[in-house]
Design a protein around this ligand. Structure first.
Ligand code: NAI
Length: 209
């Protein structure tokens, strides 16, 4: 395992946002950028951005700013995006099908290698070109494909069982869309995606008037 640099959690949370923004700029042909420019685009406090970026080397040059390419390489390295991650999706309903069709997957470092469902009408068919496999084979196939991350998009009542089977196959990270808290040991990183929670955070700030 790579030696990880110690970076505060709050900074880590912002890195994917910086990365997305930097990638867009480089596509537009930009080569350098100041923390002030980034602060205007995001928009965020430029001192905070400078502090965040200082954790992985002082690439900013006075009057020139940051060299975009090296900044992107460094952020990708920190986020472990300098490798391909193999994903297994379980549940090919509305959310699962949308994820399989999402062009952001299977081009970059995230590849959905396996897709599972337990619906006999779906098993053996293809969704967005991906073969749907029987979810009773999750553990052996995840082992065989050395899948590292699982995405759970099944009804809440089966989410724990699916998580157990993914973990037995060897996944160490799970993204869970089902409204069911998964409490596994600390070595398994689990992220809960919940639009209602996000909306509730938003409504705190949205002014009714
Ligand atoms: P859906 O009903 O369209 O799809 C669920 C799929 O899971 C179906 O294809 C079904 O055959 C499959 N399935 C059921 N049991 C299975 C098992 N044991 N093994 C393999 N596949 C199994 O549901 P939808 O709308 O895609 O939602 C999926 C999950 O996400 C649900 O738990 C839902 O409550 C949740 N959800 C989460 C949201 C969020 O913000 N995180 C928003 C909307 C839904």
């Amino acid at each position: 395992m790579k030696k990880r640099k110690e970076i505060p959690k709050e900074t880590l949370k912002r890195l994917p946002l910086y990365l997305r923004c930097l990638n867009e700029l480089i596509l537009k042909g930009q080569t350098t950028l100041s923390s002030k420019d980034l602060a205007t685009i995001l928009p965020m406090n430029s001192a905070k951005i400078r502090k965040d970026l200082s954790y992985f080397g002082n690439f900013g040059k006075r009057g020139v700013g940051y060299e975009l390419k090296s900044l992107i390489v460094n952020i990708r390295e920190i986020l472990n995006l300098d490798q391909t991650w193999r994903l297994a999706l379980v549940g090919v309903g509305d959310i699962g099908s949308a994820l399989l069709s999402y062009p952001g997957f299977n081009q970059g470092c995230f590849q959905i290698e396996l897709a599972f469902d337990d619906d006999p009408d779906l098993i053996g068919s293809r969704v967005a070109g991906k073969k749907i496999r029987d979810s009773k084979d999750i553990t052996p196939l995840v082992k065989e494909f050395e899948t590292q991350i699982g995405i759970i998009a099944v009804p809440a009542e089966t989410a724990r069982d699916i998580a157990d089977r993914l973990i037995r196959g060897g996944v160490t990270g799970i993204i869970n869309f089902a409204p069911e808290v998964l409490d596994h040991n600390e070595e398994i990183k689990c992220t809960q995606i919940d639009i209602e929670t996000e909306l509730s955070k938003l409504t705190y700030y949205v002014d009714e008037t």
